[in-house]
Design a protein around this ligand. Structure first.
Ligand code: DX5
Ligand code: ZN
Length: 224
């Protein structure tokens, strides 16, 4: 699968969110990563379906990758489907019935994703891999931007890549947390094809130059 760069808007200037999104898209982003935090499942509070709805109404029609860090998650899913999410990813800890939740996302017209924290084993993945279009490996503990990459995520990416290959399905493998031009080639070599980057992109002076640097690092690896 072609690699996707997914800027996380958590690090954007929220006073001009629509413009920030248009800027990173013009700079070469493939998909926008939209982090939803509830101050309960994770110790931070961010944005909800109202913001996604406003972005869509303003004419932003790109792919939007909604990462739900909300517990319980089920009640909010319909709102994100209605607001126009492309991908909706959930952490298994946030729902009592993961299989049902993933089916609800699919039936609602979005692509279901499953997210694994650094301390969450991949064990449930085999049970639901037929239902998902994306596996997201957290390379930091969820809740904040700007944290350092956790090294054990490399082994987890490799293990997830093996399970995806065994399934024979087209499933994206996304990595989220502490991704920068300096380490993107290593996570790609471990099997990732979708790269979330918040602070690395939005805190840089030149979004296009940073995204270009990431693509150049990816082009230097064996994976494409
Ligand atoms: C963390 C979020 C990330 C965050 C990544 O809980 O899921 O998407 O924005 O930020 P950086 O790239 O700065 O680590
Ligand atoms: Zn995220």
């Amino acid at each position: 699968m072609e690699p996707w760069i997914a800027p996380s808007i958590l690090a954007a200037d929220f006073t001009r969110l629509g413009a920030e999104i248009n800027d990173v898209l013009a700079a070469g982003a493939d998909i926008i990563h939209f982090d939803v935090m509830d101050n309960h499942y994770v110790p931070n509070l961010s944005i909800g379906p109202l913001v996604l709805n406003s972005l869509r109404k303003s004419g932003i029609d790109c792919l939007i990758d909604v990462h739900l860090m909300v517990k319980p998650v089920d009640r909010l899913i319909g709102d994100f489907l209605e607001a126009g999410a492309t991908i909706v990813s959930v952490h298994p800890e946030t729902t009592e019935h993961l299989h049902r939740t993933l089916n609800v996302i699919r039936k609602g017209g979005a692509q279901p994703g499953i997210v694994f924290n650094p301390a969450t084993p991949l064990t449930v993945l085999a049970e639901v891999i037929e239902l998902v279009d994306l596996v997201l490996i957290m390379s930091v503990n969820p809740g904040f931007g700007g944290q350092s990459f956790i090294e054990s995520s490399i082994q987890k990416l490799q293990a997830a890549r093996t399970l995806i290959e065994q399934s024979g399905r087209q499933v994206r493998l996304e990595v989220d947390g502490g991704i920068k031009p300096a380490n993107i080639a290593r996570v790609a070599a471990a099997g990732a094809d979708t790269f979330v980057a918040g602070s690395a992109i939005f805190a840089s002076d030149d979004y296009a130059a940073t995204i270009r640097e990431m693509r150049e690092a990816l082009n230097g690896t064996a994976k494409s």
